[in-house]
Design a protein around this ligand. Structure first.
Ligand code: ZN
Length: 348
């Protein structure tokens, strides 16, 4: 065991449930590494872990935080590929590497699939212990702080657009909630693959930022009939792919706005998980509804290679000291931010 400190969630609730605590954690096993955490990117997942989800059991007490950048402080006895002192970035997807899904490279479908900060202690602490297979050498194209904004949302958006929807150049994509982490990633990935991108946002400021990021069109869903606008702009055809993590509020409209042969990919349901669906457009238009959770290791490697070439850029709304984690959660909950919040770990 070793001694450290971090935020521990012992029971679900408001941001007051994020409690800074002295921690006694197990030393790294033979195939694990211990990391001195420098930066943690926050995700919507952090809010679910803190608040709790009806019908779902999180392994409390738990340290939250999925996107970690840091320095390797200790390696397990079997680890030969990572050196102490290496600057690294962590893949938040935990998989067994022994089941059929893992053997076929589909780590997101692993029998023992898990996520850092959700099913195992995450990075909102001074130290983190993870399997060495989850570690990559930190790309140098951006700062360590900026790099912490990438993994979870880019892997999610990449797997939705490429792994599941099999996006092709010249296709059209609608990205809901452009200011969210997944939204900012999906816009950039869709543009990288040559697609035309439509987005929905909740304010004029976010419209401007979505367009700056590369979206071809941005609609304020609170003021505009975006379904009508998208239909006009696509000559009544509709879009080929919809990226939806909003759920209840957008799902019926997402189906309406899809073209023949269109694909709706869902990875979340921030406004509610139960929706009523009109089946007729699904069979008449040959629509596919695709579920997606995270992605596989090969996809993340490709993403890091593209980040190294600056094909994508970090979109960071705020950088705050880790001590202000509660404030960061509140900002994320109020949906005031465009892009990611990154926590900086500074040891007094
Ligand atoms: Zn597996």
């Amino acid at each position: 065991m070793f001694q450290t400190e971090g935020f521990l969630i012992s029971e679900h609730g408001g941001s007051e449930k994020l409690v800074w605590t002295p921690l006694s954690l197990p030393d790294p096993g033979p195939e694990e590494v211990k990391i001195l955490v420098q930066y943690i990117g926050l995700n919507h997942l952090d809010l679910w872990v803190r608040r709790g989800v009806p019908g779902h059991k999180f392994p409390l007490p738990l340290i939250p935080g999925s996107d970690v950048v840091g320095v390797v402080e200790e390696v397990g006895s079997s680890v030969q590929t990572i050196l102490v002192g290496s600057h690294v970035i962590v893949n938040p997807v935990l998989s067994c590497d022994r089941c059929n899904a893992c053997f076929s490279g589909q780590h997101q479908l692993c029998d023992s699939f898990g996520l850092l900060g959700e099913t195992r202690h995450g990075g909102c602490a001074f130290h983190l212990v993870v399997p060495f297979r989850n570690i990559s050498i930190l790309p140098t194209s951006y700062s360590a702080c900026e790099m912490a904004s990438f993994p979870l949302v880019f892997l999610t958006a990449w797997h939705m657009l490429i792994g599941r929807a099999q996006l092709r150049p010249t296709e059209t994509v609608l990205v809901h909630a452009a200011g969210s982490g997944v939204g900012t990633a999906a816009i950039q990935i869709a543009k990288f693959f040559g697609a035309k991108v439509f987005t929905t946002v909740g304010s004029p400021e976010k419209m401007k930022k979505a367009l700056e990021l590369g979206a071809d069109y941005a609609f304020n869903y609170q003021q505009e009939d975006w379904v009508q606008k998208v239909r006009e702009l696509t000559r009544k055809k509709g879009v080929d792919v919809v990226i939806d993590h909003v759920g209840k509020d957008t799902f019926p409209f997402s189906l309406k706005v899809l073209a023949k042969g269109g694909r709706l990919v869902t990875c979340g349901a921030t406004t509610g998980a139960t929706v009523e669906i009109d089946l007729r457009p699904i069979f008449f238009k040959g629509i596919s509804i695709l579920g997606s959770t995270m992605g596989n290791r090969s996809e993340l490697t490709t993403i890091f290679q593209l980040i190294e070439k600056k094909a994508f850029r970090p979109v960071i709304a705020e950088v705050l000291p880790l001590s202000q984690l509660a404030k960061a959660h509140q900002l994320l909950e109020q949906r005031e931010v465009f892009g990611k919040i990154v926590m900086e770990v500074t040891k007094e």
